[in-house]
Design a protein around this ligand. Structure first.
Ligand SMILES: Nc1nc2c(c(=O)[nH]1)N[C@H]1C(S)=C(S)[C@@H](COP(=O)(O)O)O[C@H]1N2
Ligand SMILES: [Mo]
Length: 240
């Protein structure tokens, strides 16, 4: 099933062309110049591999969400292993690479043309606090689908601007409520909470939710460096 034909991702051909047109260099397909629009659209209608495709087109069951009146605006405690990094939002690019056919390099402007998803979920930190938060952003599965994952993808690595790093199983990444968020409680995401982009998902503990994400690398193996806290003994899957 092709992405464009199915329309299940709510990503129109026009939106895709907008994005690809704006970031031509990142779409180099064979290293011989900017590909034509026909090449790019052709790529998008190639079938995805079975497992990734199944996860995208047969979405996993959503976790029940909270109502707006249950949001706890003061409860989310900033947790940062290091200082908040300084990121120039104009120069910022989200890189998506690894086992993909269409590596991506997207500006915030490009990311914000993709469909906005909002959810109210509980953030749970192992340090003994939790907060009900509304997050707005783009579904990870939309970004991953745009990058055209290869047949062998099993994990995603997330690199952050402060040196934090994380790895997730691909099923959790492709869960319909796993977002790359740029809004918190209806406002632009504050820098201390991970602007311009952070992970937000109701199915993982707080330390899996990388802030200041700059690079997503899809792989078929789990590196011995699994994550900042995991490498100090915390559990890797960390499901909720
Ligand atoms: N880049 C980065 N992401 C991170 C962390 C961090 O130190 N650096 N801390 C994690 C932990 S342990 C938690 S609980 C949440 C806290 O998110 P918040 O600071 O927005 O409340 O961020 C997670 N993501
Ligand atoms: Mo945490």
């Amino acid at each position: 099933m092709g992405l464009i034909r199915s329309h299940r991702l709510q990503l129109t051909r026009r939106q895709f062309l907008q994005i690809s047109g704006l970031s031509g260099v990142s779409f180099l397909l064979g290293g011989c110049g900017t590909p034509s629009f026909e090449d790019l659209v052709g790529k998008l209608s190639e079938p995805l591999n079975q497992r990734v495709e199944a996860l995208i087109f047969n979405p996993q069951k959503p976790v029940p969400e909270f109502s707006p009146s249950q949001i706890q605006p003061e409860a989310l405690i900033v947790n940062t292993f290091r200082a908040t990094p300084i990121i120039d939002q104009q120069k910022y690019r989200l890189i998506v690479d690894g086992e993909v056919n269409n590596p991506l390099s997207l500006s915030m402007k490009e990311i914000q043309t993709l469909p906005l998803t909002s959810m109210i979920i509980r953030h749970v930190c192992v340090e003994g606090w939790a907060a009900i938060v509304q997050w707005g952003g783009i579904r990870m599965q939309e970004i991953i689908a745009l990058a055209q994952p290869k047949a062998n993808v099993k994990y995603a690595y997330f690199k952050s601007a402060d040196g934090y790093y994380e790895s997730w199983d691909i099923a959790s990444v492709l869960h319909p409520q796993t977002l790359l968020a740029y809004q918190k409680n209806g406002e632009p995401l504050p820098v201390d909470n991970g602007a311009p982009l952070r992970l937000a998902s109701p199915i993982k503990l707080g330390y899996k939710q990388s802030k200041w994400v700059t690079q997503i690398t899809l792989t078929n193996y789990l590196s011995p460096f699994k994550g900042y806290w995991e490498d100090q003994g915390y559990e890797w899957f960390a499901g909720l």
